[in-house]
Design a protein. Structure first.
Length: 417
């Protein structure tokens, strides 16, 4: 019945009335009649019927009353009142489809039945019975068809409402499940990770005060470890706060955005930290990165931190790393390459990071969320990671690296825990 509902869509009333009027004209002009041509009375009654049907196509009550009145006049004046009879029946169909309640439908039905029966008043019983049977076509069919269309439309509406309710319930359950997961992760971060990091920071702080005759270079290392640990604790606390109450920290904006003007200094701090670890870093930073949007700025910073950490960890502290960040036509071109000549450690299957971490995976996910694609793999001299962040962050990219490159991407550059 879905085709029937589409055919009698409420928005297409005018189209149906135009087709009905054209059909009536064809009946008057083409179909043979008892006389050679339609009589003047037929035209006088047909033209108003067509006009009312078109003018009142959005007012079914007005159309119903007018068509029924024209039918009553036609029954008393002319012999062939088919045009007016079809017009009244169709008006009853439109009324049945569009009426707000059943009362209006049955009143309109009773009105048309009384008008149709006037043609049989005074007829012999057999002919009167034939007229009553004819009501099944003239009145019963329009009412039955209209009720079927109303029922199908109501069923469709209820189905849509049920689907929306199920979707809302599913989203509510998903939000509850995510909230439970966030709470569990927050507890683990607070009770395990943050505890150990705090313990390390405390011990380094104690060592700085107890060991007074340290070599200045060792003191710098202690200072760097203490500062890094303190910063890590601050980020862990902020992460725990977001996990426990996302709405209280503007969603995850505090974790995924950075002020554009602060990006060059933040990247510079990451470069200095890598240099303090012994890695030689050659940086080529486009001044335009200071005007990047906050989300892509944070992505560039996190990618840089992760890549330089991997260089220090796997290419060796004697490696030379080259960092390039350029903005071209609004897109951010980012690359880190080193000369570590890293290879897959013995006993490590291809495609599996040697350290068992998730750095490359996390980098790839961060890039794909912004509509880019991360490429990571060996070069002739070492290892290279690069990507292009589009000018407009659109839907997450579904593209992935070729199978051979994806397999090699995780091998020589294990991620930090």
């Amino acid at each position: 019945m879905s085709w029937l509902v589409r055919l009698f869509d409420l928005r297409d009333t005018l189209v149906r009335m135009v087709l009905l009027s054209l059909t009536g004209l064809c009946y008057l002009l083409v179909v043979p009649h008892s006389t050679s041509t339609p009589t003047t009375a037929q035209w006088v009654l047909a033209v108003p019927a067509f006009t009312v049907a078109l003018a009142a196509h959005r007012r079914p009550v007005v159309n119903m009353v007018a068509q029924t009145a024209l039918l009553a006049v036609a029954i008393s004046l002319i012999d062939d009142f088919t045009i007016n009879q079809v017009g009244a029946s169709w008006a009853l169909l439109e009324m049945t489809m569009r009426a707000r309640g059943p009362r209006a439908i049955w009143l309109a039905t009773a009105l048309l039945v009384m008008v149709d029966l006037t043609d049989s008043i005074g007829d012999p019983p057999r002919r009167f019975a034939s007229g009553v049977v004819g009501l099944a076509v003239e009145v019963g069919v329009p009412v039955l068809l209209g009720l079927v269309i109303r029922a199908n439309r109501e069923l469709s509406r209820q189905a849509v409402e049920r689907a929306l309710a199920e979707q809302r319930q599913h989203e509510s359950e998903s939000r509850a499940a995510r909230a439970d997961e966030r709470s569990a992760i927050a507890r683990e971060l607070h009770d395990v990770v943050a505890h150990h990091v705090a313990s390390m920071v405390l011990r380094v702080g104690v060592a700085r005060h107890v060991l007074t005759d340290l070599d200045p270079r060792v003191g710098e290392v202690f200072d760097d470890v203490h500062g890094t640990g303190t910063a890590a604790l601050a980020e862990l606390r902020r992460l725990v706060a977001v996990l426990r109450n996302p709405d209280g920290v503007r969603g995850d904006a505090a974790l995924t955005a950075i002020e554009p003007a602060a990006l060059p200094a933040a990247i510079g701090a990451s470069i200095d930290r890598a240099r303090q670890a012994g890695v030689t870093v050659e940086a080529d930073l486009d001044p335009a990165i200071g005007s990047l949007d906050a989300v892509r700025g944070m992505a560039v910073l996190r990618l840089t931190q992760e890549a330089l950490t991997n260089v220090a960890k796997h290419a060796g502290t004697s490696a030379v790393a080259r960092l390039v960040v350029a903005v071209r036509d609004g897109a951010v071109h980012w690359e880190v390459a080193d000369n570590g000549r890293g290879g897959v450690p013995a006993g490590v299957p291809a495609g599996v990071p040697a350290g068992g971490g998730h750095g490359i995976t996390g980098m790839r996910e961060r890039v794909e969320v912004l509509g880019g694609r991360l490429e990571a793999g060996p070069t002739e001299t070492g290892w290279r990671v690069r990507t292009v962040l589009p000018a407009t962050a659109s839907e997450p990219s579904t593209r992935s690296l070729p199978r051979d490159r994806a397999a090699s991407a995780g091998s020589p550059a294990p991620e930090p825990a």
